[in-house]
Design a protein. Structure first.
Length: 103
């Protein structure tokens, strides 16, 4: 990720401190997600607000990451405020909605 060099990066910005798996899943970085899982990170890892890696991938339209997380045992029924399916529906991620409904 590259930040604009003229934009100050606040040191206390919680968004910059997401758990590793949630962060990479939200960006759709399949290789980094695979690496994190290989290093023993729980596939159902959540951030401080209960937002899971699967929810992050689903909401942000990262189908390959969604499929990988599901294959590795992510809990598709997990619900913080919303399930991954609900988030994908709200974000109009039709391919992810179709995939999650097919499970």
């Amino acid at each position: 990720m590259q930040f604009n060099s003229i934009s100050p990066i606040p040191e206390d910005d919680d968004e910059l401190h997401l758990p590793e798996l949630v962060y990479w899943a939200s960006l759709g970085e399949v290789a980094e997600v695979e690496k994190a899982l290989a290093n023993g990170i729980d596939v159902n890892q959540t951030d401080d607000e209960g937002y899971s890696a699967l929810q992050a991938a689903a909401e942000n339209g990262n189908l390959d990451v969604v499929k990988l997380l599901v294959a590795k045992g992510a809990d598709v029924a997990y619900k913080g405020e919303y399930t991954a399916l609900q988030l994908a529906e709200m974000a109009e991620q039709d391919d992810i909605v179709a995939y999650l409904k097919s499970l």
